[in-house]
Design a binder for this molecule. Structure first.
Ligand code: DQA
Length: 143
């Protein structure tokens, strides 16, 4: 199985960014751990961008018959979750299933984080389990 993890803006700063909310592990370190635990079962491809259009292009690529195919996408769109109709439309436009993840419990935070334009177009959302949210999303695709 091959899964694509897409992280949006500021998630390149995981580990140093507001550690009281997001923890102190960087995503690269976490990804190595994930790759280790799922080695025989899942190939994980990672993409991070702070640019909305690049995230949309990456989602579109998964529909391109000349580009690699994935069995699923795990998307943490960061703050674009709460603002981007364009990313939501891109999720709706592609064939590959998307699971929305968030490290923090967005419902325990500011009200503007309670809205997700992504959720409606995703198979489900995994929210608030720290970096384990990504593990849980992988488990969904595996089972
Ligand atoms: C986040 C939650 C968003 O509200 C925030 O803007 C982020 C990270 C999370 O993973 O908890 O950048 O998506």
């Amino acid at each position: 199985m091959k899964l694509l993890i897409i992280n949006g803006p500021n998630l390149n700063l995981l580990g140093s960014r507001e550690p009281n909310i997001y923890g102190s592990t960087g995503f690269d370190t976490y990804l190595e751990m994930l790759q280790g635990s799922y080695k025989s079962m899942v190939e994980l491809v990672y993409f991070q961008s702070n640019v909305e259009g690049e995230i949309i292009n990456k989602l579109h690529e998964t529909n391109d018959k000349n580009k690699p195919k994935f069995d699923g996408i795990i998307l943490n769109a960061g703050a674009y979750t709460h603002t981007s109709i364009a990313i939501a439309d891109a999720i709706a436009a592609i064939e590959t299933k998307v699971v929305e993840v968030h490290v923090s419990n967005v419902f325990a935070r500011e009200e503007f984080r309670h809205v997700s334009f992504m959720s409606k177009n995703c198979v489900g959302s995994i929210i608030g389990f720290g970096l384990r949210s990504y593990d849980l999303a992988i488990d969904y695709f595996l089972k």
